[in-house]
Design a protein around this ligand. Structure first.
Ligand SMILES: NCCCC[C@H](NC(=O)[C@@H](N)CCCCN)C(=O)O
Length: 461
């Protein structure tokens, strides 16, 4: 009898396989997220971009999520309709958005001229990146909810850590591969800049197929738990639950820590290759390899720290230590005389540790503050707050570089080359670390007061 009623979650093979499948879908999204970052110098040299164009394109990631509340609608759909529909929709949205980016970079149509004062190529590509941003963010909240569904009361933080680690392999690939790939596939000395984007498009289709596979597992899980497709009235998410979530102080502290911490990392990655070239005088071919060490480090460490949180607790402390390290690393990046590339390598490795500490504790802490039926919306709201930073920071850094940091501009053989001083942008990134420390301290105090259990282990014995 017990064999018949046992949930599929109890099968280790089933839950780790489900995790592997959805993590792969995230990997494909994370690749596209950074695919143009290492190409910044090429886009400037061969397509006439400037840092403002680059910042505008990257900031588009958050447009629809932030201003049209797409993420929040995605969270409500997730809680009301479920993970299968939402995940499939998100995977398809990523493909549509990336298709547009490809069209813009490849120049499938003539790209001369302007749209609303923005270069046509940048406008179309940014629109595509904005649509992609909706898809990848909604995929992120869906996958988070899927992991909670399979791993609550079990190895939740380890599972989330492994999912993030897998996704970061996509980031690492995006930072290391596009530049050499564009060069290798170029003709007559002109790089093939769109080829890495085409690769990403193919990966996204594979990610969609993987998610379709997952939907069958999800149906089996629900069947094993005696859950029908109809949502039980009592457990159903109500839109009024949003007010319950946003009146929770713990939720806001987590959301603020999230936006500050992530604003110091993801937008930094957009510029990291350029920083290596301009501040550390690293050659273009090797420059992307240094920032790609960051996601590589997190691949091992995020699951490790997650597993520590599962078994020993100390989630709030882990987030505080990570925030302190964020400040230290960016402050050291800011100092002009520390410009040997070995220092850059060491700092990137340290940033990798930081980027493992905070996420490994942050995401598994959300279910300790918010009940499961509101989880999709809660993750969506946190991502929404975070997206203000993911959108605003690249734009700010792009504008600051353009306005205050150009040190030289020359045209050699018809190819324009701009050099930048990264001191001011890195000081801005360091400020995010300082503010994150303040919020992490407040979160630790609130946890003590409200007893969320952030310092307690996740595994229930
Ligand atoms: N299960 C953990 C989910 C959150 C992972 C987190 N992702 C985000 O914060 C996204 N909103 C932003 C992703 C943007 C870059 N790809 C993470 O640490 O990756």
């Amino acid at each position: 009898m017990s064999a018949i009623t046992q949930s599929l979650r109890e099968s280790k093979t089933a839950r780790w396989s489900a995790l592997a499948i959805v993590s792969f879908t995230m990997l494909t999204g994370y690749y596209i997220n950074y695919v143009i970052s290492p190409l910044k110098p090429m886009l400037e040299q061969y397509m006439g971009w400037d840092s403002g164009d680059f910042g505008f394109w990257n900031s588009a990631y958050g447009w629809f999520n932030v201003f049209f509340l797409m993420l929040i609608f995605g969270g409500i759909i997730l809680d009301k309709i479920g993970v299968r529909f939402t995940g499939l929709g998100a995977a398809i949205t990523m493909i549509i958005g990336t298709g547009l980016q490809y069209i813009a970079i490849e120049g499938v149509f003539p790209m001369e001229g302007m749209i609303f004062g923005v270069k046509k190529q940048i406008a179309i590509g940014a629109l595509g990146f904005g649509i992609f941003g909706v898809g990848v963010e909604i995929a992120g909240i869906t996958v988070s909810k899927i992991i909670v569904k399979w791993f609550k009361g079990k190895e939740l933080a380890l599972a989330m850590g492994l999912e993030m680690a897998t996704a970061r392999m996509g980031t690492a690939l995006a930072l290391a591969l596009p530049l050499p790939m564009a060069k290798a596939l170029g003709t007559g000395g002109i790089p093939n800049i769109s080829a890495p984007v085409m690769l990403g498009l193919a990966l996204l289709v594979a990610g969609l197929i993987a998610f379709i596979w997952y939907t069958f597992m999800d149906k089996k899980l629900e069947a094993s738990e005696g859950i029908s497709d109809e949502i039980n009235e009592e457990d159903a998410f109500k839109v009024s639950d949003i007010f319950v979530i946003i009146s929770n102080k713990g939720f806001w502290l987590l959301a603020l820590l999230c936006v500050l911490f992530y604003s110091g990392i993801f937008p930094f990655l957009y510029y990291a290759t350029d920083l290596m070239i301009n501040k550390y005088a690293v050659g273009e071919d090797f420059a992307g390899a240094i920032p790609s060490l960051l996601p590589f480090g997190t691949i091992l460490l995020t699951p490790l720290f997650g597993s520590i949180y599962d078994r020993k607790g100390k989630g709030a402390t882990i987030m505080l230590i990570g925030s302190i390290m964020l400040l230290c690393v960016h402050a050291l990046f800011t100092i002009p005389v520390l410009n040997h590339y070995i220092i850059a390598v060491a700092l990137i490795i340290l940033l990798g540790v930081t980027f493992s500490l905070v996420p490994s504790a942050m995401w598994p802490s959300v279910p300790k503050i918010i009940p499961e039926k509101q989880l999709g919306t809660a993750y969506a709201l946190i991502f929404w707050v975070q997206n203000w930073g993911l959108m605003g920071m690249p734009l700010l850094i792009g504008l600051v570089l353009e306005k205050y940091c150009i040190t030289s501009q020359e045209v050699v053989d018809g190819v324009s080359k701009i050099s930048y001083d990264y001191t001011l942008p890195m000081a801005i990134f360091a400020a995010t670390g300082l503010l994150a420390i303040g919020i992490a301290l407040l979160l630790k105090a609130e946890d003590k007061k409200k007893g969320y259990g952030l310092e307690l282990p996740n595994i229930q014995k």
